[in-house]
Design a binder for this molecule. Structure first.
Ligand code: CU
Length: 147
């Protein structure tokens, strides 16, 4: 009887751990910062969910943030092209095929999420996540790797 209980508990915990592995949360602030500069996506995940929180109070028109994923080589150009797209398009050019995944731009106190297909990513490829709000990519960026 005792043994059975232990098995049940360990199954519960491994299920929880697996769920956590295929998702993460990143915070952003009024100080124009992400709280992470690296993300590792397990290659065993079918999909991966990134939840973006804005822990500040400033509105999105002033200090908006989003989370955009692309190959590192494309990041700067996506952000540059996104400036003219405006807030209504989340500062990403409509139909930009270089974008692998992106959230909407959010303001203080808001939260959003995006789920993307991990199988579309390549292990060993250099990916960058960044905020495409004009001027933010300089500090709001990090690396994402599949392992
Ligand atoms: Cu930003």
């Amino acid at each position: 009887m005792m043994k059975k209980t232990i098995v049940a508990i360990s199954v519960l915990f491994s299920g929880f751990a697996f769920g956590e592995e295929c998702a993460t949360t990143i915070d952003s602030t009024d100080m124009m910062q992400f709280n992470k500069s690296e993300m590792t996506v397990p290659a065993s995940c079918d999909s991966y969910t990134v939840t973006l929180k804005h822990t500040g109070t400033l509105p999105k028109e002033v200090m908006g943030h989003n989370w955009v994923l692309s190959k590192t080589a494309d990041a700067q150009a996506i952000a540059g092209d996104g400036v003219g797209a405006g807030l209504a398009n989340n500062y990403v050019k409509a139909g930009d095929e270089r974008v692998i995944a992106m959230t909407d731009v959010i303001g203080g106190g808001e939260e959003t999420a995006v789920t993307f297909d991990v199988k579309a990513l390549a292990a060993g490829e250099d990916y960058t996540f960044f905020c495409s709000f004009p001027g933010h990519i300089g500090v709001m960026k990090g690396t994402l790797t599949v392992k």
